[in-house]
Design a protein around this ligand. Structure first.
Ligand code: SF4
Length: 130
């Protein structure tokens, strides 16, 4: 449990999340970037992790390489979604641990771009003060 704007937030309990409004991200410790981020091949291309040639290969082959490189934690064969790797403390691999900002913001995956409009609780986020 961590302190949010109006009470304690538990990432695992969606009922404790805050209604999202513009500006909340400015002083949030990026708790959304500690949730599992699922990405598609198109995201991996934008992130510069897969090139057009490799994109034509079966996703499971791409997943094998990215898992070995420590870039993904998991690959869902059915949905063909890759889950980005997280650090031991739960932070996304691409989160700057000090500044609490995404290091690949302009290239970030669609999942991150669409949060929290699309996500575990649409319109709500796990806002936690810095
Ligand atoms: S890619 Fe960037 S925005 Fe997405 S979860 Fe990781 S640090 Fe956050």
């Amino acid at each position: 449990m961590r302190q949010g704007k109006s009470g304690l937030v538990d990432l695992e309990r969606l009922s404790t999340w805050h209604k999202y409004k513009k500006g909340l991200c400015a002083d949030c410790r990026a708790s959304c970037c500690t949730l599992p981020a699922e990405v598609r091949v198109s995201d991996l291309i934008r992130m510069g992790l897969v090139d057009a040639f490799e994109a034509d290969h079966p996703p499971k082959e791409i997943a094998k390489r990215l898992k070995k490189a420590g870039i993904i934690d998991h690959f869902n064969f059915k949905s063909e979604m890759f889950t980005l790797a997280r650090m031991a403390n739960g932070d996304c691999l691409y989160l700057d641990s000090q500044r609490r900002r995404c290091t690949i913001y302009d290239k970030r995956p669609d999942t991150c771009r669409n949060h929290p409009q699309i996500g575990p609780r649409p319109g709500y986020c796990a806002y936690v003060t810095l």
